[in-house]
Design a protein around this ligand. Structure first.
Ligand code: BGC
Length: 418
């Protein structure tokens, strides 16, 4: 080999070479806070010279994302990465569509950085096939602080305190609970109430293990009783989206919203400060208990593409696990990092509290997967759960009849093969 070529080759091997490539990413993060968070990743990729291609599916909580993705995958044209969560990851991996990320994971020591409750969800048959971006908690209550202060109220810790506060808020002419009119939003509130009223063991038996006798039970009757009291305090108007409901709390039109901590992303986007403009407290009766919802990107096998696209895909995976992304993204998104080896010093009070609750709950058996957000069960059971809760929200039945119907719906969802 001529000397010059030899030297060039050596230089190429020694310097990190930027293979600028296209990376197509399916996601459904379209609200203000969500988009601001995702911009962190887009920027990190752009800084490395890659071209980001959005494959956006609007609709919150997933919408029609899976159907669209299926069409693309069946055409042999998957995106490089898609926002897929929980048990759905296993389904795509079983069908052989996902890439094996173990080389990157071993080189970058993912097993040392991720708690097993997170890494278990990302692996299929011991192979990493997805990358986690965060841990959300669904059992939060968001509060407009100036409104509560003006009415001389404290953040409620129990349902009795909640009822007393609700009466004062209503008498003063404000909406008590802001809630968008979508099945997944109702399901999100219902699971928080289930954890609160029934406790961690009950939640696990009913919504993770789907024990019929745990669902059709006196505990579930009590859950419905409480849930229906909350439904009476809601006003279903044209504000269907969750972030429109959050906005009502931000603007002081409503006092409370029960929602996962992606709601905090909206407060942050509106430049509101925790414990000054708003409060983040566990849904009454759920302190030290944590329903988790982990966002992640499943990484697809790409065939017949330019080498640069594979390079861009690898860069995406590495960026998602980087300190800078996990820190900046989650401060915008409202969640905490998926990695537990990171400093929380730059995070706000809500996030620091969330991390300590996550670790406490992990130690005391109260860290549980969210059924409303695809962590606890299959998509089919989840769908039956959603439909039943939405139906009963619109037309409440007696608590006992509601429990029976819910137990039947979940059992039905388990029988359907999809
Ligand atoms: C996702 C969040 C998202 C929220 C609203 C949840 O299921 O995990 O990332 O912000 O839905 O769309």
């Amino acid at each position: 080999m001529p000397k010059l070529v030899n030297k060039l080759l050596l230089m190429l091997l020694a310097t990190p070479v930027a293979f600028a490539g296209n990376v197509e990413v399916l996601h459904y993060w379209t609200s203000g806070g969500e988009a601001a968070a995702l911009d962190v990743l887009k920027k990190q990729m752009a800084d490395e010279g890659h071209q980001w291609q959005d494959f956006v599916i609007a609709g919150g909580g997933g919408g029609n994302a899976m159907a669209e993705l299926q069409t693309r995958v069946l055409k042999g044209l998957p995106p490089a990465a898609a926002q897929i969560k929980g048990l759905d990851i296993q389904r795509w991996a079983r069908l052989g569509f996902l890439a094996n990320l173990n080389n990157i994971a071993q080189a970058d020591k993912w097993d040392d950085k991720l708690p097993s409750v997170v890494s278990d969800v990302m692996k299929h048959n011991d192979q990493y096939v997805a990358v986690p971006v965060n841990v959300h908690r669904t059992n939060w209550l968001w509060i407009n602080k100036p409104l509560l202060d003006a009415l001389n109220l404290k953040a409620p810790k129990t349902w009795d305190e909640f009822d007393a506060a609700a009466k004062v808020i209503q008498d003063a002419g404000y909406q008590v609970i802001a809630q968008g009119d979508q099945a997944w939003q109702h399901a999100t509130l219902f699971e928080a109430v289930a954890l609160s009223v029934g406790g961690a063991d009950y939640y696990k038996r009913a919504f993770v293990e789907h024990e019929f006798s745990a669902i059709k039970s006196a505990e579930t009757d009590a859950v419905f009783e409480r849930y229906y009291k909350l439904v009476k305090l809601m006003k279903f108007d044209s504000d269907a989206e969750w972030h429109q409901a959050t906005n009502k709390v931000i603007e002081g039109k409503a006092a409370f919203q029960f929602m996962g901590d992606w709601a905090k992303g909206e407060f942050i986007k509106a430049e509101k400060k925790p414990n000054k403009d708003f409060m983040c407290v566990p849904a009454p009766g759920t302190a030290n208990k944590f329903l988790f919802n982990i966002d992640s990107f499943a990484i697809f096998n790409l065939r017949n593409v330019e080498a640069s696209e594979i390079q861009a895909q690898t860069a995406l995976v590495r960026n998602i696990m980087s300190d800078s992304f996990q820190s900046a993204f989650n401060q915008n998104k409202g969640s905490i990092p998926a990695r537990t080896d990171m400093s929380m010093a730059t995070f706000d009070l809500c996030a620091q509290y969330s991390m300590s609750e996550f670790l406490n709950a992990n130690d005391n058996g109260a860290l549980l997967p969210s059924i409303a957000h695809g962590m606890a069960t299959t998509g089919t059971v989840q769908q039956y759960f959603y439909e039943k809760i939405a139906e009963l929200t619109k037309t409440p039945d007696t608590p006992a009849e509601s429990s029976k119907q819910l137990a039947k719906a979940i059992r039905y969802g388990q029988y359907i093969l999809k």
